[in-house]
Design a protein around this ligand. Structure first.
Ligand SMILES: NC(=O)c1ccc[n+]([C@@H]2O[C@H](COP(=O)([O-])OP(=O)(O)OC[C@H]3O[C@@H](n4cnc5c(N)ncnc54)[C@H](OP(=O)(O)O)[C@@H]3O)[C@@H](O)[C@H]2O)c1
Length: 341
């Protein structure tokens, strides 16, 4: 474990009332973030430190945040392996011992994992924020859909996330202060975004940049709904600063509108001064032209075709995404090309 460091923005022993970036007065709190150095944590940790909170960042310390930020100097870094410690039953108590007023759980993927943590934190936290996914809805019955839409997930990931959500909402009804945020495709500089063909091969952007033909599945009208990682961080910050509005609730966290594969490809070609040359083929043909992995990722996105309303997060949390889906993707692609060429 790394030594505890105080937030220099906070006077020890005193509550400091400051204005958070969610435009509310924020009481300084101790916040423990589980899985703090990934896509979301890279942006969330500096936001929370900047808002005057004392942050403890939990990870296995096998990687660094995607971007350096001065705020990390004020963060306590704690090295824990959740998987190993859950196996021996010690993870929950280790998190409880960090004495967070708030615990943000960014890496929970099974109900048993959530149960283990909740039993250790019961009566010990003021807010518990879980990172879910839009995939809890499965194939949407209508578009747009809000948080009341059915949970009909398919695939192990979505099914397990829906089980966690159900468990946490039941726990919240029983007095545990849980909130759940469901992001879209998390996108930002430092990793490949979901591309206009719905998978992760950055070669699709290269092809659009060269003016080559790009083939899309079916009619290219499946939708993708990216969200910039800093907008996800913003939503967590908003939820933390408005516990009265967030506890016991689930929120979609995404760009305001989705984008069709076709419109995304056209926009991406324009980044490179090109008109997109798109062709379309039925799924069974299309899949033969890509790797099995890419086909599986695209299939997952085509079936989900998200169009999640974020009106609830806007209204109740004051969430206001800074990026459209296209803007988030553009920033990620700009960073990738800088790295790759
Ligand atoms: N990716 C998407 O588009 C997307 C969309 C919707 C929802 N989500 C949700 O977003 C969440 C993931 O957030 P993210 O994308 O920010 O994560 P991420 O980039 O995968 O980062 C994972 C973080 O957890 C740490 N970690 C991994 N395994 C650990 C372990 N066994 N013990 C302790 N720390 C561990 C990692 O650091 P170390 O490796 O150093 O431990 C890192 O800090 C998930 O709940 C996922 O369901 C993702």
């Amino acid at each position: 474990m790394v030594a505890r460091r105080a937030n220099p923005l906070v006077t020890p022993g005193k509550l400091r009332i400051i204005r958070g970036s969610c435009n509310r007065q924020t009481v300084s709190m101790r916040i423990v973030i589980i899985g703090a150095t990934g896509h979301i944590g890279t942006w969330l940790v500096p936001r929370l430190v900047g808002a005057g909170h004392t942050v403890t960042a939990v990870s296995r310390a096998s990687r660094q945040p995607y971007h350096e930020a001065i705020e990390w100097d004020a963060v306590e870094r704690v090295t824990l392996d959740r998987t190993a410690m859950e196996a021996d039953g010690t993870f929950g108590q280790a998190i409880a011992a960090l004495r967070g007023d708030v615990v943000v759980d960014l890496i929970c993927f099974t109900r048993s994992s959530a149960e283990h943590l909740v039993s250790a934190l019961h009566d010990r936290v003021e807010l518990f924020a879980h990172c879910g996914t839009l995939w809890v809805h499965g194939v949407p019955r209508s578009r747009p859909y809000d948080e009341t839409a059915p949970r009909e997930p398919f695939g192990e990931y979505g099914i397990r996330k829906a089980e966690i959500e159900r468990f946490l909402l039941e726990a919240a009804a029983g007095g545990f202060p849980a909130t759940i945020l469901h992001p879209g495709h998390i996108t930002g500089p430092g990793w490949a975004p979901i591309n206009p063909a719905g998978h992760l091969d950055v070669g699709v952007f290269d092809a659009l940049a060269r003016g080559d033909v790009v083939r899309l599945p079916d009619d290219g009208l499946a939708t993708l709904q990216h969200v910039h990682a800093d907008d996800v961080a913003q939503a967590f910050e908003c939820a933390i600063s408005t516990p009265g509005a967030s506890i016991g609730e689930a929120f979609h966290v995404a760009a305001d509108e989705p984008v069709t594969m076709r419109a995304y490809a056209e926009a991406a070609a324009q980044w490179f001064g090109r008109a997109a040359r798109l062709e379309y083929s039925p799924w069974d043909d299309w899949r033969t032209g890509v790797s099995e992995r890419d086909a599986a990722i695209t299939r997952d996105h085509v079936l989900h075709s998200p169009h999640a309303s974020i009106a609830k997060a806007r209204r109740r949390l004051g969430f206001a995404p800074r990026y459209t889906a296209i803007e988030a993707a553009r920033e990620a692609v700009a960073a990738l090309r800088h790295i790759r060429y």
